[in-house]
Write a protein that binds this ligand. Structure first.
Ligand code: GLU
Length: 471
């Protein structure tokens, strides 16, 4: 039998970090066992489901590279099938019509509360034979009265629930629409799921779902409930902790691989390895090794992981992901005689940027002249001596025939010697002059990349600027 897993989000918001981790675990488990992975959109709550959320989920899955073999399958397209199964259960006697009114149910609940009992349906209509005219009815599942439901959870271990803890769940409302626990069961069976991997906020639903599956005469799949992700204050991760849709991580400059890697490690480990390629993830991941305890989200760690990718990924791959940020920041890369290749620029900058967003912002001066100097940088590094220093550099640089890092470095040293100034005086002024900022890779590399023509033009401009200021 082919192993099959699914990710079954409700489209009531973005694909958030917790959902993405559940999706990753399901995806990995399927890929590891040459199985199939299905995306199912649980959109039966029409009030709260939106097309924008569906789009965001699909976009997020795409960005993370969590490809699915089937789907997206929409539950709202399956109402006929749910109705069919409900009829079947009514016929078989594993479900029944309940005519209890709201007032009746409230009264039962009140009495239970007074007796300090757990509020639950009292089973009044369970064995009812008549069909009262003119009364609305819901349909309830006939949950077994005795015995235990055993979940051999692949993450949490064995969980035993006595059926006395469970009551007869409503599976269809008065208007005939099916309820959540029921549609999940029908879908998981029809879609031949062998493994249900989901968040442990669903753990209370599982015994009910298992009972329905058994009542339908089917084999119970295996379950794995992944623990919650907490914010650094120990509370469930939410928007307050900056937990946002996964696409926000793209916007903030993270690689999808870094996010996946971080999510994988959040609650799972393999020795002390921190970085895993997709292939390694698939090979090494074992759902049984996921930690049963909640884990804490840590942005610093995510940034660290991202940095490792910037440092080590092939430049072409960095360039691919960088493109979105270049577009977003309105920077067009023109490679040509006068401009450095993006490849060389990435190579020079990859050790200095934590995110792709930073990287894109930090390389603008190679491709565009700047209108003004960074105010703080100019204030700090342009001094009375600056015009003379820059003029001296300009003269020397003009003489360089072969514009390369080594020759540039030699001339910077010559200027220092001639003016009897340290690198600490010359370097920063030169950097502001040619980049407009106080940050860049080593000067000879930066100037080499900027090219002779533009380096000289910028120096000329800076001499003028500094002269006007300090004259
Ligand atoms: N639709 C449910 C949710 O978004 C998941 C259901 C499941 O995985 O069984 O929380």
């Amino acid at each position: 039998m082919t192993l099959r897993t699914r990710f079954a989000p409700s489209p009531t918001g973005y694909l958030h970090i917790g959902g993405a981790r559940t999706a990753l675990y399901s995806w990995l488990h399927a890929r590891k066992h040459n199985g199939q992975f299905v995306l199912r959109i649980e959109d039966t709550d029409r009030e709260r489901s939106t097309q924008a959320s569906v789009d965001a989920i699909i976009e997020g899955m795409d960005w993370l590279g969590l490809d699915y073999d089937e789907g997206p399958i929409f539950q709202t397209e399956r109402f006929d099938r749910y109705a069919e199964v409900i009829d079947q259960m009514l016929e078989q006697g594993t479900a029944y019509r309940c005519y209890c009114t709201r007032d009746e149910l409230d009264a039962v609940r009140e009495a239970q509360r007074a007796n300090k009992e757990k509020p639950r349906y009292n089973g009044k209509c369970r064995d009812r034979k008549d069909t009262p005219e003119g009364l609305d009815s819901v349909i309830r599942f006939k949950n077994p009265l005795e015995g235990d439901v055993i979940i051999d959870d692949l993450i949490k271990g064995q969980i035993v629930i006595n059926n006395r803890e469970l009551d007869d769940l409503i599976i269809a409302r008065t208007d005939g629409t099916p309820t959540y626990n029921f549609t999940v069961v029908v879908d998981d069976l029809d879609m031949e799921m062998t493994h249900i991997i989901r968040g442990d906020d669903h753990i209370n639903n599982t015994p009910r779902q298992i009972n329905m599956i058994t009542a339908l005469g089917k084999d119970v799949p295996k379950y794995a409930h992944a623990p919650m992700i907490l914010g650094d204050d120990g509370k469930r991760l939410s928007k307050r902790h900056g937990a946002v849709g996964v696409m926000q991580y793209r916007d903030d400059g993270y690689f999808p691989q870094a996010v996946l890697n971080y999510l994988l490690r959040l609650g799972w480990s393999h020795e002390d390895q921190e970085i895993f390629s997709r292939e390694e993830m698939i090979e090494l991941f074992k759902i049984e090794n996921v930690n049963g305890a909640a884990s804490t989200f840590n942005t610093k760690k995510l940034i660290w992981v991202n940095e490792q990718y910037i440092k080590t990924l092939p430049v072409a791959e960095i360039a691919e992901h960088l493109q979105w940020h270049l577009d977003d920041q309105g920077l067009t890369i023109v490679e040509g005689d006068d401009f450095p290749t993006l490849h060389d620029v990435i190579e020079a900058h990859r050790d200095r940027a934590k995110t792709l967003k930073e990287l894109a912002a930090g390389i603008r001066y190679y491709y565009q002249d700047f209108e003004s100097y960074d105010e703080n940088a100019a204030k700090k590094h342009f001094k009375t001596a600056t015009p003379a220093i820059l003029q001296n550099l300009l003269d020397k640089f003009s003489q360089i025939e072969d514009w390369n890092a080594q020759n540039i470095e030699t001339e910077i040293k010559n200027t220092c010697e001639e003016l009897e100034l340290g690198m600490g005086k010359v370097g920063p002024a030169l950097r502001v002059a040619v980049t407009g900022t106080a940050m860049s890779p080593s000067l000879e590399v930066t100037l080499d990349l900027i090219g002779k023509k533009r380096s000289l033009a910028r120096l000329e401009k800076a001499v003028e600027f500094a002269t006007a200021k300090y004259a």
